[in-house]
Ligand binder design. Sequence first.
Ligand code: SAH
Length: 354
Amino acid sequence: MGANARLIDELRRTRTLAATELRELLLTMDAADEEALFSAAREVRRETVGDVVYLRGLIEFTNYCRNDCLYCGIRRSNARACRYRLSDEQILACCDQGHELGLRTFVLQGGEDSGFGDDHICALVAAIKERHPDCAVTLSIGEKSRESYARYFAAGADRYLLRHETSNPAHYRRLHPPELTIENRKRCLDDLRDIGYQVGCGIMVGSPYQTVDNVVEDLLYMRDFEPHMVGIGPFVPHGDTPFAHMPAGTLEDTLRLLAIVRLMLPEVLLPATTALGTIDPTGREKGIRAGANVMMPSLTPLDVRGDYLLYDGKVGVRDQAADVMRDLEERVEAAGCGVDLGRGDHPGFGDASA
Ligand code: SAH
């Protein structure tokens, strides 16, 4: 038995631990603990949401960004980024292709691009929902006003991904320019939840200056916020950013956090991220074995996919969507789960298409 068997058992039963206990667990976990943790995460997933992995079609529709986050390859001061914006026709064609492949969630992700105003985003969301009424639309386009979020929701958007990045204000300031604040980030998340979205927050594991206390704070923030989705992937440096020489987050730390989040939020939609597949060739399978249950194949057109580079070494930038889907399906099966091509709403939400 591992040194922390009791804490892992308590986390599983009560879905939480005190800050000091989480800190202890993260700092002293041994190999036996890790096995117990992953196995508990798999069991909790099986009992609550089943051994299925949902696939979401990701459309990276613009890499223009007005922000200057220090970690991100598409930050505005990266003059070497090759900027692109997809046309409405291209975005709709990505959805058509994804629908043909069986996908029933489309995630529109991009930089904070003023080239896409609210009217434009609303028109796009409405057009996608009209062509594919059986699909969910997820937006991941950063910090907006409550009014803007409400308009996208009224246009038909179902879900919103906005990682909080770190809940500690001092840490947040070291990762972002002064005009970006954790207070506004959290305000956005609160507004999104109030409006009625299924909401995702999350962090990068091993981001520069991150301490174990920061991670504990993040876990407790997520426990209290109770998001429907949690995005957790390793930080991976990008050569044209101020963090070019910072070390990447580790596989081990990422897997442990995925498993802990599964135990804290049993029903959560938890992706095995592309960044995890980037730091380890079988990272995503390992993520599923640690409790993840979502993967996001890219539908972004191949001629620009390699320009949506938040970090170096991103996998899958040259693969056709159909091949990516097959590849992911194999990985899911290798990890002992099956792919589910349904909308995959959070269990707390009715399946609107049913
Ligand atoms: N502009 C949108 C969508 C952004 S990118 C927004 O602000 O939400 C999506 C996520 O990629 C970010 O939230 C961040 O956590 C992650 N990311 C950015 N740069 C990264 C890097 N260098 N390594 C790993 N993840 C990164």
